[in-house]
Design a protein around this ligand. Sequence first.
Ligand SMILES: CC(C)(COP(=O)(O)OP(=O)(O)OC[C@H]1O[C@@H](n2cnc3c(N)ncnc32)[C@H](O)[C@@H]1OP(=O)(O)O)[C@@H](O)C(=O)NCCC(=O)NCCS
Length: 247
Amino acid sequence: MLSRMRLLKNNYVVTFIITQSCFLLLYFEGEIIHTLTTENLKTIDSLEIKSLNMAWRASMITKEDLIFRQVVTLHDGARVLLRPIIPSDRQAMLDLFLPIPFEERQYMRHDINDPNVVGAWVDHPDFEKVFPLVAVVGDRIVGNATLHMHQGPARHRAEVRIFLAKDFRRRGLGTRQLQALIDQARRRNLYLLEVQVVSPHAEHIKAMQHVGFKTMCTFEDYFMKPDGDLVDVTYMTLRLRAPEQEF
Ligand SMILES: CC(C)(COP(=O)(O)OP(=O)(O)OC[C@H]1O[C@@H](n2cnc3c(N)ncnc32)[C@H](O)[C@@H]1OP(=O)(O)O)[C@@H](O)C(=O)NCCC(=O)NCCS
């Protein structure tokens, strides 16, 4: 059996092909952007079409955003897929964030212990504001890196945030995921990337330096932990293009 469905929306043609082996290939302008097996086939209608609609809703989304897929090989040979988030990632995102111990959670800006907070990132994405790139191994999300776009006089810069599952740290994934996010920022013609690292996290600062970020300054007592203790925050930037490149 080979059946095809076509969906035309906003001048984009998406083709679903169900093959004999019951693999479903989701094509977008001639390129495969997703594959589903029989196990998750039944979810195709709700999830994949919702995923595409979600993407189309965001006016800045381009074909490149939708089809971005990159497989990276870690130091130990493990292969990890990098791709934008899709609605079927909800549980995998909860599984990434919910087990975080308090020791790490206390440094996070959001209450990632609340499933509604993490769920909303998946259910109501706005790629125009936040571009989320997840790292996937099998059914598991092992890393989440996001590019937070600013507006108005800050529209030339964006903030980077990253979080990896504990068992995927120190294996080169952070570097590869950050590089992929930096490439995305270059594609958007951004000038400057910034990151705020709570200063006790020397390894996070090193990882940022590894991909080219430089420390600009330290904000004293800038972050208040749940217990009221204050910690410094290191502000780092990465310049992507010089203003003179404009002329
Ligand atoms: C910070 C983080 C993104 C780094 O990603 P990673 O995949 O572990 O980093 P990489 O393996 O790509 O390492 C890149 C470089 O960072 C430095 N680095 C990373 N982890 C380090 C650690 N634990 N100790 C010392 N240096 C470290 C090293 O210089 C390393 O290069 P090297 O391996 O060639 O020496 C990741 O560890 C993470 O998500 N940590 C939890 C989140 C976090 O710390 N958040 C802080 C809250 S603000």
